[in-house]
Design a protein around this ligand. Sequence first.
Ligand code: DOR
Ligand code: ZN
Length: 338
Amino acid sequence: MIAAHMVLRAPDDFHLHVRQGADLKACLPSSTAWCARALVMPNTLPPVSTPSRVRAYREEIRKAAPDFQPLMSFKIMPSMTGDEVSALKDAGCVAGKLYPAGATTNAQDGVSSIDQIQDLLSAMEEWGLVLCVHGEQPEDPILTREISYIPVIEKIAVHYPRLRIVFEHLSTKEAVQAVAAMPSTVAATLTPHHMALTIDDVIGGNMNPYHFCKPVIKQPSDRDAVAAAAVSGNPRFFFGSDSAPHPKASKLSGNALPGIFCAPVAMSVVAEVFERLGALDKMEDFVSRFGAEFYTLPLNSGTVEMEKTPWQAPDEVNGFVPMLAGAGLRWRVIRRAG
Ligand code: DOR
Ligand code: ZN
């Protein structure tokens, strides 16, 4: 029996790992089923860090999914200078992504200190590109890496007062509070997994490598702070799935890379969180409006239709195991149109 039904403006995903080649073809349909447009992360091998790689990657994505608009980002390399920014913008980039060296998957060649990229950040501020930050101090203990990165974000915001900054995938109550108190140039993406799961879903029973990501999922109080920020109606908190698939074989290899494939259940999880908190009427702003406004992009014109009907998350999608594999869920995307 259908208990409820809703139609939303087609969502944007302001943080998506689209991958490459066969992996891209295997995973992207799980996003395009509900997502019209996404900010594509550049931590591929080799990284998306030159205008020609930006163009080639966008072509690869468009060929695989003609009904989907990739928003391109470039990976900030320590050697980059401000002179490179205008060509990256011409190639279609709306953002540059800062990975602290060693912070996560394919970030060994990231930035060790923001002092290395002052000239680049000035140019991004000048050209109106958004700075996206994986905000973790890699040398610190895993559970406090995000908290110790907060002063770095604060420092960048003060030094570059017109630079728009996104503190990606918040996982702690401290980061949520900090972003809320920062200037209006600083926003944050929130993921389905950080608003719905806790560390017990990763290592509380048997170890679940499919729920292992960076930043790692934390305590109930952190989850609750992330969920509260999502439903708060504050336009500086918006949706970015950070869906980051790794093949099942790699997750089971004994050397599991961080990354949660949440795309197959992302809208269902968000709808359940918003419904539980009595805020379903605010979901559309969170998934389809606030991010586009922060990035100064037009809103999508298409729609997604969801219905409240029990279903089971898939155990596997083309060799990739999603978040909450096999679990019972309530809301389901039934159609994307336009
Ligand atoms: O868990 C993560 N996986 N966090 C990241 O920052 C990168 C991502 C990936 O690319 O797998
Ligand atoms: Zn990511």
